[in-house]
Design a protein around this ligand. Structure first.
Ligand code: SAM
Ligand code: SF4
Length: 502
């Protein structure tokens, strides 16, 4: 979600006339889009701001802006700790960034502006999308739940749903521009529609996405097990472009811990959903989020988590050490788990999950897979001569392309190929056999057109004028362009999909 907010921030800045700097060059403006879900985000922000201080001292005209969840949380503390920051904006007034930068420059004074409620839905803002073929689409912002460990509701506010017609209009516009894949975003997609008086809205939205011509892959994140209803499973199974993939956060396999987390489902319900999803989509890759070391977690509670991980056979998991967040009920709870015990449990969980992921990936060997080729997902691609992409179930695949297909520009990011998996590693698959098919797509054409303009991978869309939102933990810089300074805004090359690994 933060990555998508960063796309909105970058789109806003571009619409205001700023241009992005090339990586490694000096920027006139640097924007940090921050996360506050865990404590290390705090440390990272202040560390990064410290690193920028010498550059700011050398070039006092350079502007530094900090937005997003940590800004919403820390507010003026950011300026107290890093007085060289020029602009602080929160999660509800993302759209104000260009004005605040301008005002800070004009008045030669820092601007701190935090709004208490969402002013403009971020989706109405322009976006500078990081990918031609895969796009994020928000269906809601905020969250009405009260998970005791989570800081999100206090920083993002209650759930606000977008109207289905607006969501579909954005999806259709993206597909018209070449996108083949969309990921629907919400903190709890299963409660989508409740505020509109339409509790079945999410299943209907999935089915409606199935009718968008040219849309090949639909994903979503995150569902909440409490609100996960069978109509959604049915819509997933019966809508051909909805991918056989589910990222469903578990948090803990212990009912006692789930109760203290105020996650109002229990392990049996979670496993029941997994079972029904697998019955409807036998090849679905199911991934999850798990927190280790929640206050009061005993060895028996943790054993329940390990047991559930074994039973559910997750294809991947994001695993986190519990991090107390200020103002959350869990931060006041007794029963802090000794950090050494947390680390030891974390390692045990990670190695069990690696084992499960690896077994799941080895079982893919010999299977024919359809891969949407992407860019920037295989860090070693230039070394190994491979391309990378995602299978329909979200698994990361590195593939060797030989013969005439190997020539530069033949298989492009955004194209779709079919091949056979030759190896399963813990966090990815390899497909080194011959290509069974290669389909040049509109997304590939769009990538090629962008490359010839010198902007592969990026495009700005949308005419919005305002918005809310936040920015992720990116930094970026801009080089001075025609009339306006250039901006650096971190645009992590993440793509819409599930975790292939923790
Ligand atoms: N809305 C999603 C849900 O309910 O599952 C999750 C959103 S949360 C921003 C992303 C993940 O961060 C959570 O699933 C949880 O595992 C992790 N997380 C949130 N708060 C945390 C905390 N205080 N300490 C450790 N991990 C945390
Ligand atoms: Fe946080 Fe719970 Fe809402 Fe997810 S559902 S954002 S964990 S409060």
């Amino acid at each position: 979600m933060n990555v998508h907010d960063s796309e909105r921030l970058a789109g806003l800045l571009e619409s205001a006339g700023y241009v992005p700097v090339a990586e490694g060059s000096d920027a006139d403006i640097v924007v940090f889009n921050t996360c506050a879900v865990r404590e290390n985000a705090d440390n990272r922000l202040y560390g990064n701001l410290g690193h920028l201080y010498p550059a700011k001292k050398k070039n006092p005209a350079m502007q530094i802006a900090v937005g997003g969840c940590l800004a919403q949380k820390d507010r003026s503390v950011i300026r107290d700790r890093a007085p060289w920051v020029d602009v602080v904006f929160g999660t509800h007034n993302l759209h104000r960034l260009p004005v605040l930068l301008e005002r800070a420059r004009h008045n030669a004074a820092a601007q701190v502006e935090i709004a208490e409620a969402l002013e403009v839905f971020p989706s109405s803002l322009p976006a500078r999308r990081a990918s031609q073929h895969s796009a994020w689409v928000s269906i809601s912002v905020g969250c009405d739940n009260t998970c005791t460990f989570c800081i999100v509701p206090s920083l993002r506010g209650g759930e606000r749903d977008r109207r289905p017609g607006d969501v579909l209009a954005e999806v259709e516009a993206l597909v018209a521009e070449g996108a083949l894949e969309i990921t629907l975003l919400g903190q709890n997609v299963n409660s989508y529609g409740r505020s509109l008086g339409d509790p079945g809205a999410f299943a209907r939205l999935l089915r409606a996405c199935g009718r968008v011509e040219g849309l090949e892959r639909v994903r979503f994140t995150s569902p909440h097990p409490r609100d996960f209803t069978d109509d959604v499973i049915e819509a997933m199974a019966l809508t051909p472009n909805v991918c056989p993939q589910l990222h469903m956060p578990l948090q803990s396999g212990s009912d006692a811990v789930l109760r203290r987390m105020r996650r109002s489902y229990r392990r049996d319900r979670f496993l029941g959903i997994v079972e029904r999803v697998r019955a409807a989509m036998p090849d679905a890759a199911i991934t999850t989020d798990i927190i280790v070391g929640f206050p009061g977690e005993t060895e028996a509670d943790f054993a329940d988590t390990l047991d559930l991980v074994r039973t559910a056979r997750f294809a991947g998991a994001f695993t986190f050490k519990y991090s107390p967040r200020p103002g959350t009920p869990a931060a006041e709870m007794d029963g802090e788990v000794d950090p050494a015990v947390v680390s030891e449990r974390y390692e045990r969980l990670a190695s069990l999950q690696d084992e499960m992921s690896w077994a799941g990936n080895r079982a893919q060997v010999g299977r024919q897979v359809e891969i949407l080729v992407s860019e920037g997902e295989g860090r070693k691609d230039s070394e190994t001569g491979r391309l990378s992409g995602r299978a329909r179930d979200g698994r990361l695949v590195h593939l060797l392309v030989t013969g005439p297909h190997a020539e530069d520009g033949v298989v492009r990011p955004g194209d779709v190929i079919e091949t056979v998996v030759t190896r399963g590693a813990p966090h990815h698959l390899t497909a080194d056999g011959p290509l069974l098919s290669h389909r040049r797509t509109r997304a590939g054409d769009a990538w090629e057109a962008a490359r010839s303009r010198g902007a592969a991978g990026d495009r700005t869309t949308g005419e919005g004028t305002a918005g809310d939102g936040t920015a992720g933990e990116g930094t970026a810089g801009a080089a001075a362009g025609a009339g306006r300074p250039a901006v650096a805004l971190g645009m992590p090359t993440m793509r819409p999909s599930s975790p292939a690994s923790r």
